[in-house]
Design a protein around this ligand. Structure first.
Ligand code: ZN
Length: 241
């Protein structure tokens, strides 16, 4: 009996240990998701229900928030920031700005001067090469804009930048197109927004894979807004905060 009791003791401890590991792993993956699910998520729902009720939550295209290099690229509420998590284990590599109106109405402008490329197959995306990072001179970076198409992939990008455009010089503040809701899946469109990110160079004159947060930069110091989900969780990203 004593032996059996001791064996049961070991099994119990083993189960407690396994439970703890599951708990720690769960918290590790869930925490960023839970943080996002807080203040900003609540505000996003309120913004969607009536954007006109909260003009103070909106940023404005072409505005500059203090002594920073970039202009704000569009109008709307910054619903998701850099490092936010939409599902456990995922980190958002840019910022999402929700205009609060239907697709094809909210203008998007260039945040910084650069050389615009639109690959032949890109319906909703643009990327601009910035030869010298204004915050790290000498380093080449890229600014990326996406979701500029409707649910069916009809582009809202300015006709000045047709598919296949390469290395076209564009000044900061230039109109690029309108916010859209294209996701690639007509049955599951995104909310109408602009996704904007700053992408690292691959060292061979091209951009790295934008989908990985490690290949992108925290846009906060470029735009003068609290856009880092780790250091500014739940912050309202508007000028002068
Ligand atoms: Zn996004």
């Amino acid at each position: 009996m004593r032996r059996a009791g001791r064996r049961f003791g070991w099994a119990a401890w083993l189960m407690v240990g396994a439970g703890l590991v599951v708990l720690i792993v769960g918290v590790y993956f869930l925490l960023p998701w839970l943080r996002t699910g807080g203040a900003r998520m609540l505000r996003l729902r309120q913004w969607f229900s009536d954007p006109t009720a909260h003009p103070e939550w909106s940023i404005r295209a072409g505005e500059r928030c203090g002594e920073v290099p970039f202009l704000l690229p569009t109008d709307g509420y910054v619903g998701f920031t850099w490092g936010d998590s939409f599902r456990p284990g995922h980190s958002h590599q840019g910022i999402d700005i929700f205009g609060g109106v239907e697709a094809g109405l909210t203008p998007v402008v260039a945040a910084y001067s650069g050389y615009l490329t639109r690959q032949p197959e890109w319906k909703s995306s643009l990327i601009m090469r910035v030869p010298s990072d204004p915050l790290a001179p000498g380093r080449q970076i890229w600014t990326y804009y996406t979701h500029l198409a409707d649910i069916g992939g009809n582009s809202y990008i300015s006709p000045l930048f047709p598919p296949g455009t390469r290395e076209q010089y564009v000044e900061a503040g230039t109109f690029l197109g309108y916010q859209g809701n294209y996701s690639g899946d007509p049955n599951n469109p995104t909310g109408v927004h602009l996704h904007f990110s700053i992408v690292l160079d691959d060292g061979q004159g091209s951009f790295r894979n934008e989908l990985r947060i490690a290949n992108t930069l925290d846009p906060s110091p470029y735009l003068g807004l609290p856009l880092n989900a780790s250091t500014d969780p739940g912050a309202l990203a508007v000028c002068g905060q």
